[in-house]
Design a protein around this ligand. Structure first.
Ligand SMILES: [Zn+2]
Length: 266
């Protein structure tokens, strides 16, 4: 039986890059990489070129999810004159224990992984400028090429995090985002990308998000419990017979942006 599709289906396509300012292991390698100003400039050029080829009225910009501790880490490493006080970035006391994907933390449990000091953000603007990446974003014309939001300060996994750690992760990054001027740009103050999409079952973390103005976070709708294994919409029915597998690829003016593996089911 074919089910009618009522109303309008709208899909908004956004491109979000996280871990900005942090170092990362290169995929299938042990090499460590951190983005360079030349990479940021290359993305600006690519975006500008893409926008010349979009239909009238359209625009595209990458949204960057920032971890301010990466800026401080690089600045401290470059500091030879005692400018950065304290003279180290936040180093978590341990890695958070990994949890099953759908782990639900009992409220009030967990171990603080943030150090006992500093309790408040205290690095100076001059310190943040010692890092070329932190300095690049403080130029408004650079900053405004992108959208911005928080990805927490250190990228601590939040499934098993305490309320104290969650609060520090939010607040330190809020202060840093304001200090370097990012929150004066195209910034989403109520949004946050949780590290590795963790913390969404952690009542302590959710309470801290709400208490600190975070009302929208990124989730992961591909988690098995959220998947609908029997679709009743089947909007592609007219295009394919029962159970025929269709590969749908969307091309955006020559740029391949999305490949959807759609299984007809009705
Ligand atoms: Zn991340």
């Amino acid at each position: 039986m074919m089910h009618p599709v009522l109303g309008q289906r709208r899909i908004l396509f956004g491109a979000q890059v996280d871990d900005v300012h942090l170092t990362t292991e290169i995929y299938q390698s042990t090499s460590i990489f951190r983005i360079r100003t030349s990479d940021l400039n290359a993305h600006v050029t690519w975006q500008e070129n893409l926008n010349t080829r979009l239909p009238a009225g359209s625009s595209f910009a990458i949204e960057l999810a920032h971890n301010g501790n990466g800026n401080i880490e690089a600045a401290v490493a470059a500091d030879t004159a005692g400018i950065c006080i304290p003279d180290s970035s936040i180093n978590l006391l341990d890695y958070p224990p990994s949890t099953p994907l759908e782990f639900v933390k009992p409220i009030g449990t967990g171990i603080n992984l943030w150090p006992s000091t500093p309790l408040t953000y205290g690095w100076s603007l001059a310190c943040t400028k010692l890092d070329p990446i932190g300095n690049w974003f403080q130029v408004a014309t650079n900053r405004d090429k992108f959208f911005h939001l928080s990805h927490t300060f250190t990228h601590e996994a939040l499934n098993n995090a305490t309320d104290s750690d969650a609060r520090q992760e939010i607040r330190f990054n809020q202060v840093w985002l304001a200090q370097v001027g990012i929150s004066a740009g195209k910034f989403s103050p109520q949004g946050l990308v949780p590290p590795a999409i963790t913390g969404l079952h952690n009542g302590d973390v959710i309470r801290e998000w709400m208490a600190n103005g975070i009302t929208r976070v990124v989730g992961d709708n591909t988690r098995p419990p959220l998947l609908n294994t029997v679709s009743h919409t089947c909007i592609f029915r007219l295009w394919c017979p029962k159970r025929l597998k269709v590969i749908l690829t969307i091309w955006l003016l020559g740029e391949r942006v999305l490949a959807v593996d759609h299984h007809c089911c009705c």
